[in-house]
Design a protein around this ligand. Structure first.
Ligand code: 6PG
Length: 238
């Protein structure tokens, strides 16, 4: 359903959206560190958040108290241009000099994705001991023009997963495996934010918000976002 006014922030352009997300990111992380001594963040891949990560590199954050995780990853080695790990390191982590002990990337095994996903699930469980699902301080999410989020793509097996936290997911249309948090492992976040920009997302967003409840077709419907950051050109005007 359409987010309430308090859960939806709209922007005329991508830059103002990303600045606003950077501001809110800092508020949430600083608050988490004050309250719990640390902040655990699940990062999105894709092009929209990349600029956000670059903006964060210039902010004043308690860097050594933040643990960085990935909400999804491509089945490629870290040096591959498609790697979300590479993108985040180049845009943010390498620029700030975050200690490796705070960086928890998916241990991709291109030829053994199931094993890699199981290993990463164990990493997550080690960092969220006792949680039924990982209690992220913040999970950042993008949405594809097919209404996928993380690597929960339409008509894929990961959409059905209700007990595992992190899985390998065969995506027929990509002819490739992806790695992704499951829906319950995203919905456990204290804050789960979608960043959606561009007219190419308009139809998908309309279906996710106002379409029939068909998460197989519109996987972003599975996510209980606490906030949507959306540019005006991604919203169908009434
Ligand atoms: C990825 C992302 C993916 C992304 C969407 C939107 O690995 O690509 O996690 O879910 O968020 O595809 O991508 P854009 O923000 O680049 O449109």
């Amino acid at each position: 359903m359409i987010p309430s006014e308090q859960d939806l922030a709209t922007f005329a352009d991508v830059d103002s959206l990303q600045q606003a997300v950077a501001d809110a990111f800092c508020q949430v992380v600083i608050q988490a560190v004050k309250q719990r001594g640390t902040a655990k963040v699940s990062l999105s891949g894709g092009s929209t958040p990349k600029r956000l990560y670059q903006l964060l590199a210039d902010r004043d954050l308690p860097w050594q108290a933040i643990h960085w995780f990935w909400g999804d990853e491509r089945n490629v080695i870290p040096s591959d241009p498609e790697s979300n790990q590479r993108m985040v390191r180049e845009a943010l982590l390498d620029r700030v000099g975050v200690d490796e002990s705070k960086i928890h990337a998916v241990p991709v095994l291109v030829d053994a994705p199931q094993e890699a996903a199981q290993q990463y699930e164990q990493v997550l469980r080690d960092h969220f001991p006792g949680d039924e699902f990982p209690r992220w301080d913040l999970a950042l999410l993008g949405m594809g023009d097919d209404a996928h989020t993380a690597s929960l793509f339409p008509e894929t097996r990961a959409l059905q997963e209700r007990s595992r936290w992190f899985v390998e997911n065969w995506v027929e249309k990509l002819n490739a495996f992806r790695y992704t948090l499951t829906a319950p492992a995203i919905n456990s976040a204290r804050h789960a934010w979608f960043l959606v920009t561009g007219s190419a997302k308009r139809d998908a967003l309309k279906q996710v918000w106002q379409g029939p409840n068909q998460p197989e077709r519109y996987p972003s419907q599975l996510i209980h976002a606490t906030r949507w950051y959306v540019t005006e050109d991604a919203i169908v005007q009434a």
